[in-house]
Design a binder for this molecule. Structure first.
Ligand code: PNS
Length: 178
């Protein structure tokens, strides 16, 4: 009887996590983090920052669409967008966990600052960091764009749908026409 009551309580306490980012565009490193993060929570909302001040290459709609195409096989992952304060967006969605990835020591300072600011703004929301998969620790959206622009191969660095869009945007070509 106790066990039944306990398991009912546990299942009622579902953990919702937010994985926020610019995702301009998403890389295989982001996808790896989404997959691993999705095992830590009941629902993971991958949310694209809708901030034109960052002058992204892809619109919010394009970035969310690419994310949706690439994450449709995850049953507990949703894709959304947000603007304004992340912690306010998170609490409006009942989220208690923010997921971020760390690739190298150089990411640490920026991430620490954001995590501490977010904790100051809302101490009930915890930032959880996952180390980037070792094969993705050099990868960034900015570098992928640069490599494509200069004619390099980005196979395995971005999902095929993203590569196709990048080639179309940067080279006016489709992925098949190299
Ligand atoms: O992929 P990025 O560019 O490193 O993601 C940065 C992001 C979206 C996580 C960050 O810019 C953010 O959370 N922006 C929302 C504004 C906010 O809440 N700022 C105050 C706390 S740092």
């Amino acid at each position: 009887m106790e066990a039944i009551r306990f398991s009912a309580q546990v299942s009622a306490l579902s953990v919702i996590g937010i994985y926020p980012g610019t995702f301009d565009p998403l890389t295989s490193g982001h996808l790896d983090l989404i997959e691993r993060g999705s095992h830590l929570v009941d629902k993971l909302i991958v949310s694209v920052l809708a901030n034109e001040a960052k002058q992204p290459m892809f619109s919010v709609e394009e970035r969310t669409e690419m994310l949706r195409e690439s994450t449709s096989h995850f049953t507990n992952v949703e894709v959304d967008s947000f603007d304004g304060l992340l912690v306010e967006y998170a609490s409006a969605h009942g989220a208690t966990l923010l997921l971020r990835g760390i690739r190298a020591v150089s990411d640490y300072e920026y991430e620490l600052q954001m995590a501490l600011m977010n904790r100051r703004l809302n101490p009930k929301i915890e930032t959880v960091f996952l180390m980037a998969g070792e094969s993705y620790s050099f990868l960034s959206s900015r570098l992928v764009k640069e490599v494509i622009r200069l004619g390099g191969d980005v196979k395995d660095m971005v999902p095929p749908n993203v590569e196709e869009r990048l080639r179309a945007r940067l080279l006016g070509a489709t992925a098949g026409k190299r």
